[in-house]
Write a protein that binds this ligand. Structure first.
Ligand SMILES: [Cu+2]
Length: 152
């Protein structure tokens, strides 16, 4: 289990309650039109290298290039908001629909660009994935290189 620090939990709660979240999707329908990714857009962890060893609390900083940050529910061109996926295989993410929200799929629907987490000791993989105003990944998805960090 992950535990958000109290300072960030409120922000995450806001993100979960934000507009556009909670729409149920059926794989029987055609999904919603995906937002095209701006050319060259990318997201990345700032100042954190693959294989790093860190200690709690762990603060992660999210970088974006070639795309702006906007809150969820706001339709502005060439923008999106960050999602942090922890211990998720990127190949298993359904890019056609809004991302789930749970301990392993953390939304930053307020436009936040950092989070402080208490992570269990051990090794964790993680990556960033941008979502549009409806929490749906862009087309093509704007995803960071996955990294693995060890918390001790
Ligand atoms: Cu989202």
């Amino acid at each position: 289990m992950l535990r958000l620090t109290s300072a960030t939990a409120g922000l995450v709660m806001l993100a979960l309650a934000g507009p556009g979240f909670g729409q149920s999707h059926s794989h029987d329908d055609n999904g919603m039109a995906r937002t095209p990714a701006p050319d060259g857009a990318m997201v990345y962890f700032v100042g954190l290298e693959d294989g790093a060893t860190v200690s709690n609390p762990v603060t992660l900083h999210f970088g974006a290039r070639g795309i702006g940050i906007a809150p969820a529910g706001v339709e502005w061109p060439n923008t999106g908001h960050h999602h942090l996926l922890i211990n998720i295989d990127p190949d298993t993410v359904d890019m056609e629909f809004g991302l789930p929200a749970d301990d392993q799929h953390i939304h930053f629907g307020g436009g936040q660009t950092e989070v402080t987490l208490e992570l269990p000791e051990g090794t964790h993989s993680m990556f960033l994935l941008m979502g549009d105003q409806n929490h749906v990944p862009h087309d093509p998805p704007i995803m960071s290189t996955p990294i693995t960090i060890t918390v001790e």
